[in-house]
Design a protein around this ligand. Sequence first.
Ligand code: V47
Length: 371
Amino acid sequence: MELLIDDLFKVISDKKISYIAEKVLGGDRVTEDEVLYLFNSNDLTAIGHLAEFINRKKNGMNAYFIVNRQINPTNICVYQCDFCAFGVKKSDPKAYEMSLDEILRKVEETCEAGGREVHMVGGIPAHWGYERYVELVREIKSRFPEVVVKAWTAIEIHHMAKISRKSYEEVLTELKEAGLEALPGGGAEIFSERARQIIAPNKANAEEYLEVHRTAHRLGIPTNATMLYGHVETLEERVEHLSKLREIQDETGGFQVFIPLAYWPEGTRLGGRRTSSVDDLKTIAVSRIFLDNFDHVKAYWVTLGEKVAQIALNFGADDLDGTIEEEKIVHSAGTRSAYGHSVDRLVKLIKKAGKTPVERDTFYNVVKVYD
Ligand code: V47
């Protein structure tokens, strides 16, 4: 259903938001100052309506999901970031490492259930050599060629380059030859050096994260982008983050989707509070308005919760991620969402939001439309 321009302006009473809406509809870009104004505004209805207007122009009534599985081969991690409750030291009683057989069994189950994607990321153990990361991809892809391997965050790629003394280009080329087809967006956190020093001082910095993605795009590997929000960052720092992503996307066009990740504080050393639903919806909507060169914005049901994710589908988001099966990272930090969802459940969530459920593959090709 098309949203009418007249209806849009009926819900906007704020003069500056009205000006921003006119600019956007005229094809002009929103500036950093303007997007900061939107973040500071409490007019969620107006911002949401504008974002949804833009989304419908890009994606119509489609709301996407994928039949996928997350696999986290280990939670042992050298970096010990304060916002993360998943990564532990090797000596921790909660530490685990999955065997290759265990991993392959999970992929087999996923393929049997019609899954199309394995999203594999994890902790970064000091005792893992570079070859282990490459071999995992090679083993999965050679035994299950039908599944797309979306694996390793830019942080893991940076780490591989460091321990193997190879360039990002060499690492990504070898992974691609082994069967890697896409990179997930994890590890971006927040690009601001000030905030990163507080929440994740030891791992790859913003420039390194972005350079890995740039290199992947150059090699023809599409990637996703995330932003972890709701911890110590300011709204100005969120704008800086979005702006860097928009700049790289102008350069390469290699990002498939933007995924805002709401911070969950339980069990983390950083602590803090959960984000509000208003902040979650506003962040989705503002991102949709600002990132005019991104085709998709994901409402990740694991961090948002199913209900807010469902509402987000009318606030600018067009994708829920997928069935996932077994989410561990955000569950370590207290999310109350399910560990995974059936196709049926995702289809119902989307239909009840008034959208058309569309099963997709990793690259947003349509697999099935649930009319
Ligand atoms: O990199 C860690 C985040 C990410 C917490 O690319 C936390 O399609 C909230 O990146 N509270 C992993 N978030 C998840 C991720 C992702 C998920 C779904 C799809 C895609 C994609 C990517 O979760 C981590 C980190 O940024 N995270 N700790 C926490 N306490």
